[in-house]
Ligand binder design. Sequence first.
Ligand code: FE2
Ligand code: FE2
Length: 231
Amino acid sequence: MKATELLHRDHETVDKALEQIRTGNTGSKTRGEVVAEVVRDLSVHAAIEEQILYPLVREFMPDHEAEILEDLEEHHVMKVLVKELADMRTDDDRFIAKVIVLSEIVEHHVDEEESELFPAMEQRFDGDELEDLGESLEKAKSMAPTRPHPHGPDEPPANLANVAVGLLDDLAVLIAAITYVLNHLQPTGSVQPPPGPLPRDDRLDGRDPIEPIRWRSMPAIERSPCLAAWR
Ligand SMILES: [Fe+2]
Ligand SMILES: [Fe+2]
């Protein structure tokens, strides 16, 4: 899948989830479950853009430097709001107001990426290059932080340490799952049926997070230092 298509799908997923939270039409899920999806999806999306996409654009499309700096600031504000939302009860007086402000910032940010950055990328890179970049972004997702870290580094090389943060986020999910099972273990050793879904992270389904990225083209980009960690 082309990088622009993958990122566009992410944008649509988050936009739909934020609308569900605002309207309360969350289907079979609770508002809290949809908030958890937004926290995970926005954190992962921001991380892969900061680790791969933005450094690549700064290196190969220097005319877009100012735009990327603005994008990084918008990511920072989004992560602050997402972190506050993750720590907030859904019946808090300020909950919907915070979701609306987050939605407005996300909409503005996504509009700029889709109307300016993505068309420029389609001009700069050919189809194979965008496919390769999409493959790298997909792989980076499996190691990206699943929670917002607004005060962590957002530019390479320091933000590559966020891979470790991502693994720690996964560890937190694993510990939560183990704690849940231990808390519900019967004396016989069987586990009571859960009242709701277990903490779960499906980003690694069917993928090997350390499988090396194979580039079909983009020799210049392949040599780029901003992609060294993903090869
Ligand atoms: Fe984006
Ligand atoms: Fe972005």
